[in-house]
Design a protein around this ligand. Structure first.
Ligand code: IMP
Ligand code: MG
Length: 180
């Protein structure tokens, strides 16, 4: 699928793949050789990033998913995070990486990190491909970030606008006048 011509490209798939590689190397470095890595993708937006990232990590990795929602079909967060699907993995004693497409207000990751931290993991790290730092409303920072971006609504590479545009290979932004 091609992006509408009004949506400028923010990151090409080549640039995204460089971010993925850099994050994978950091994860390999962070976890001692004999210890276990679990990568938990936050559905749905992170599914492509998660699948690229786990294949780039040159170590055994267990995978799982969690589904949380704070957005509904809107471009702005409702502020309330709900769990729609929980993890099924025993994370006790393992190094958990919570893999998210984008961190905006920070509510989703803060909520999910708090929940996962109760599961007895050896460590819980937050990984976000994109970080809208200027939009943060709660105290929550990702440990590993692909790129910090300005306050623009982005689509592609898993990210949607009301369920559309997830399958675009590159990341584009939706111009403000287009969204109205
Ligand atoms: P937060 O809880 O406000 O940090 O919201 C994070 C979630 O909102 C992400 O997992 C995305 O699903 C969604 N989101 C935030 N910004 C964007 C965007 O620019 N495009 C698409 N989804 C977004
Ligand atoms: Mg998401």
């Amino acid at each position: 699928m091609k992006a509408p011509k009004e949506f400028p490209c923010m990151f090409t798939h080549v640039q995204i793949s460089e971010m993925v590689t850099r994050i994978a190397r950091s994860i390999e470095k962070q976890v001692p050789e004999e210890e276990e890595i679990v990568c938990i993708g936050v559905l749905k937006g992170a599914w492509i990033f998660h699948s690229d990232l786990v294949r780039e990590i040159k170590r055994p990795v267990s995978i799982d998913f969690v589904k949380a929602s704070s957005y509904g079909n809107q471009m702005i967060s409702s502020g309330v995070v709900r769990i729609e699907k929980d993890i099924e993995t025993d994370i006790q004693g393992k190094h958990v990486f919570l893999v998210e497409d984008i961190i905006d207000t920070g509510r989703t990751l803060k909520f999910l990190k708090a929940r996962l931290s109760e599961g007895g993991a050896k460590s819980v790290s937050l990984v976000a491909l994109l970080d809208k730092k200027v939009k943060r409303e709660v105290d929550c920072d990702a440990d590993l970030v692909g790129a910090v971006i300005e306050d623009k609504f982005v689509v592609g590479y898993g990210l949607d606008w009301a369920e559309r545009y997830r399958t675009l290979p590159d990341i584009h932004f939706v111009p403000e006048d287009y969204a109205k």
